[in-house]
Design a protein around this ligand. Structure first.
Ligand SMILES: *Cc1c(COP(=O)(O)O)cnc(C)c1O
Length: 349
């Protein structure tokens, strides 16, 4: 027996491939003499590696960064192993062996990782030096360790802690990184994430590592008007109903109708990354009309006021306004959280 055809989901993510490619090219240009790579960790910030990586590759990106080893196979469906680096680095021997077997580069973050990599045969790697974020990376005090001389360092990396703010830490990290670059020979040097690119050419070195801005995030005002929106979620109406005055909506009855009104129940919930902080604040859109959210966001559903679009029907598609800077201002979620929590139930197209 043939397996039955699965109907399409009632959620979709429209990915504007043109905006994605344009964003990469804009960030590459803003990187001056450096080339722009691409952070594609966390399933390309929730948008889908299988969609995103080929578009970035065709736009010209040749350096891809993931965080976990588990993220490597999907990326390798689209690009050569030599263009992939794994930011978390090898913690266990299996990680190092996997890197050797696939040909992707580990990012070495500590002397422990350096030893593990060399003990497992070594080979080309990147080296992350911590210049002040105090998160992941070789501490400056470890730079003199003779073990480092045995590494075949492709890119020397560091990561900015506060590039989205105008604070003295940026210049301090820049100076520390310049200092490190003089001590550690490497084929290339890379410091800037998306916000770091907007700090100017001093921060660009040889390679930049944009993530959020590729996908429509605007971490600094300099990128306003440069970066285009990439993701447009849409959700289908499941049911339309008419409320009487006094009827309440959803869990804990946090909204009560003051007059008769038509509402629609929509296939979008916190399991889809539409978190409860949207409750009572957001709105969906239908053919130019605003449909305010009523009551609580549930796991799989929200209810919207459709007095402005009374002819709405089951199966109609509603737009979820998802300009990242605006959605962040409404919800208090970071632009990163807005993307990476989107979940698995969308048809990514
Ligand atoms: C995630 C990440 C990036 C990308 O940062 P954005 O702020 O998304 O541009 C760059 N470098 C490292 C080390 C990262 O972990």
């Amino acid at each position: 027996m043939n397996s039955p055809d699965l109907p399409p989901p009632t959620l979709r993510l429209q990915l504007d491939s043109d905006a994605l490619a344009t964003n990469w090219r804009a960030l590459d240009k803003l990187s001056h003499s450096a080339r722009a790579g691409a952070a594609v960790k966390a399933n390309a910030y929730g948008l889908g590696v299988d969609k995103v990586v080929p578009i970035l590759r065709e736009a010209g990106a040749a350096d891809f960064f993931v965080a976990h080893w588990s993220e490597v196979p999907e990326v390798l469906r689209h690009v050569a192993p030599g263009s992939v680096a794994v930011l978390h680095g090898p913690i266990r021997s299996e990680d190092a062996q996997f890197a050797r077997a696939t040909g992707v580069r580990p990012v070495i973050n500590s002397l422990h990782q350096a030893r593990l990599w060399l003990d497992n045969g070594g080979g080309p790697c990147d080296l992350m030096v911590d210049t002040g974020i105090n998160r992941l990376g070789l501490p400056l005090e470890a730079l003199a360790d003779p073990l480092l001389a045995q590494l075949e360092i492709n890119a020397l990396l560091s990561h900015l802690a506060s590039a989205d703010e105008d604070v003295a830490q940026n210049a301090r990290q820049l100076a520390a990184f310049e200092d490190v670059s003089r001590q550690i020979p490497a084929k290339s040097r890379s410091l800037a994430n998306s916000a770091g690119i907007a700090l100017g050419s001093d921060y660009a070195f040889d390679l930049t590592r944009p993530g959020i801005a590729l996908y429509g995030g605007v971490p600094r005002p300099e990128l306003d008007g440069v970066i285009r929106q990439v993701v447009r979620p849409q959700a289908a109406v499941l049911q339309v109903r008419d409320l009487a005055a006094g009827d309440s909506v959803g869990y804990n009855a946090t909204f009560t109708a003051g007059e008769p009104m038509r509402v629609a129940t929509v296939s979008l919930g916190y399991a889809d990354g539409f978190l409860r902080c949207w409750s009572g604040r957001g709105r969906l859109r239908f053919q130019g009309s605003d449909l305010p959210l009523l009551g609580r966001v549930s796991m799989d559903m929200v209810v919207v006021d459709c007095r402005s679009a009374p002819n709405i029907c089951e199966g109609d598609w509603l737009d979820v306004p998802y300009s990242l800077p605006e959605a962040s201002a409404i919800t208090g979620l970071s632009q990163y959280e807005l993307l990476t929590t989107l979940g698995r139930r969308y048809l990514r197209e």
